[in-house]
Ligand binder design. Structure first.
Ligand SMILES: [Zn+2]
Ligand SMILES: [Zn+2]
Length: 549
């Protein structure tokens, strides 16, 4: 189950950008999937004494339903247990094998004599040899982000039984990553879209010297390794998971009866692939995936942008399932509607540094930004049309100062556009909020409720301009708060769905005489304080635990 930090780093950011490009009229394919293999699930299955597939079946269905409630609009949300994925991974790796980039090596691996199993990746934990972090996992350290080898951990222990592991010899298949160092270096240096955090981290890794990466594991849960002599081994989860972007595209087109369609996204040089990840996943997307694609010699498109977020912390601490620190995506929706959370997470998206969730900050964002600024402006503007112009957009005789506010609004729309092209999502959603702030200031200065008593035409001009700003807001809000945008679209009595419009629609004025619906508030203020919200969250958790027992 993803928590809010995972959501903003991955599918939520990707959803906003996909929605934006759809409005821009681009052909967009948004694919992702549950990452079902790997030792975390196997560890959990061993602990609960159930088959791993049972866990992932339950989880996939539950998460897919929740993503839908969050309005995450995938074209294909698949899973790494899908037959298309498994077949593609095996074929892809055999091509690389035949191209001579895979070799075998005798190696030493942590082994638990008590459990009688090898302890790769998350089956073993210990102290990070680089930064000293306690509880570093066999494959990666959460604190410093470095990739690790289980045998390098200091004071390792088996996560199932707690025993100190022994070291045992085993044979594994390795990907010759160093052969791609020069190409990867050039790719990263020439890729201008990459954000600084992804670029700097990747360049450091390459300059420190890349090492061959084991492709196989001595585990039973995963995709069987396709190499001759590798019977009984499975593919390392991260290698196959990143190939899932390709297989999910293949699966999407296959479902639509088109076996070749995926190639236009992966080989046509006009196509661009964008990835949305948290910073702990950088090496898999800027090093391992590009190398796996290069190794086929087929001319795959390499990642065009890897939009990488820092971490969202929860009251200065990292999200932690075992310590119950954080908020999970199911719990969040029991407290507030999806758009409240989407807005909060996007407006505080951790783009250049770790950010910190507090209830105080959340309450302030919802109350001040959504309710008092955005919601209030839309409501005032539309109510004024309802009450004073019989629900119809009044006929204006625009003066310079009216033109000015409309021009300022158009400037904001263009700014949002520019920011989204660069995946500066946080700045973009804050610029959306600027439009409502402009609108409130405009209404306060003009006082149409007084104008209407003295100069009806002036009141009509003010109202006309304000309604056009509301319409612009409906369109530019669509990627960020899809439910709210659709509500405004309906209040404006416009046909179809706002999500089927084009971005240019934001600048197209509603004609005078157009009849709108009766205004209704878009948001409501949070009246509970921090302690009360925390207590409510606790109650939801207790209920959840009772239900799973
Ligand atoms: Zn570390
Ligand atoms: Zn053990």
């Amino acid at each position: 189950m993803p928590h809010l930090g995972t959501l903003i780093g991955s599918v939520l950011s990707a959803d906003v950008v996909a929605r934006y490009y759809r409005l821009k009229g681009e052909e967009v394919l948004y694919v992702t999937g549950s990452d079902e293999h790997g030792t975390p699930i196997e560890v959990e299955a061993v602990r609960r004494n159930v088959p791993p597939k049972q866990l992932t079946d339950e989880n996939h269905a539950k998460v897919a339903e929740l993503f839908d409630k969050w309005a995450i609009q995938f074209d294909n949300y698949t899973r790494t247990e899908s037959p298309t994925h498994k077949e593609f991974v095996r074929k892809h790796l055999m091509q690389i094998y035949e191209n001579g980039y895979i070799f075998t090596r005798e190696t030493e691996m942590t082994y638990c004599e008590n459990c009688q199993r090898f302890l790769p990746d998350r089956f073993v934990e210990g102290k990070c040899p680089y930064c000293g972090h306690e509880g570093a996992r066999g494959d990666q350290c959460d604190a410093c982000g470095r990739l690790l080898e289980p045998t390098k951990l200091i004071d390792p222990y088996c996560v199932i039984c707690g025993n100190k592991p022994t070291i045992k010899k085993t044979k594994h298949w390795y990907f010759d990553l160093p052969k791609f160092s020069d190409k990867l270096l050039r790719y990263i240096e020439e890729n201008k879209q990459l954000p600084d955090n992804a670029r700097n981290f990747s360049l450091n890794l390459i300059r420190e010297g890349l090492k061959p990466r084991a492709l196989t594991r001595d585990t039973s849960w995963g995709i069987p390794a396709p190499f001759p002599g590798a019977e009984g081994k499975t593919i390392y989860v991260w290698v196959e998971a990143v190939l899932g972007y390709v297989s999910a595209t293949i699966e999407y087109f296959r479902k639509h009866g088109d076996e070749e369609g995926w190639k236009s996204y992966w080989f046509d040089k006009n196509a661009k692939t964008l990835y949305f990840i948290g910073k702990d996943n950088i090496p898999f997307h800027t090093i391992i995936l590009p190398a796996l694609l290069l190794a086929t010699h087929k001319g795959y498109n390499l990642p065009w942008n890897v939009s990488t977020t820092e971490f969202l912390q929860f009251r200065e601490e990292a999200f932690s399932k075992s310590r119950r620190i954080g908020i999970w995506i199911d719990e969040a929706l029991e407290l507030f509607p999806a758009d409240y959370w989407r807005y909060y997470l996007l407006a505080t998206r951790p783009e250049t540094k770790d950010t910190n969730f507090t209830w105080r900050n959340f309450i302030e964002k919802v109350n001040a930004d959504l309710n008092d600024s955005f919601g209030n402006f839309v409501h005032r503007a539309l109510t004024f049309v309802n009450r004073n112009f019989e629900d119809r957009v009044p006929k204006p005789a625009l003066e310079n100062s009216d033109e000015e506010i409309l021009e300022k609004t158009r400037e904001k729309i263009r700014q949002i556009d520019n920011l989204m092209e660069k995946c500066k999502i946080q700045a973009a959603v804050n610029t959306v909020m600027d439009i409502s702030r402009l609108g409130n200031r405009f209404l306060n200065e003009r006082e149409p409720w007084n104008q209407i008593k003295t100069d009806v035409q002036k009141a009509a001009n003010t109202t006309y301009a304000a309604v056009q700003m509301v319409k612009a807001l409906a369109v530019v809000t669509a990627p960020f708060m899809p439910y709210t945008a659709e509500k405004i679209w309906k209040l404006l009595n416009l046909p179809g769905s706002v999500h089927k419009q084009k971005w240019e629609e934001a600048e197209k004025p509603l004609p005078p005489g157009h009849k709108i619906n009766e205004a209704k508030p878009l948001f409501s203020k949070i009246t509970l304080n921090e302690e009360e919200l925390e207590a409510k969250l606790e109650e939801i958790r207790r209920r959840k635990e009772r239900n799973t027992q």
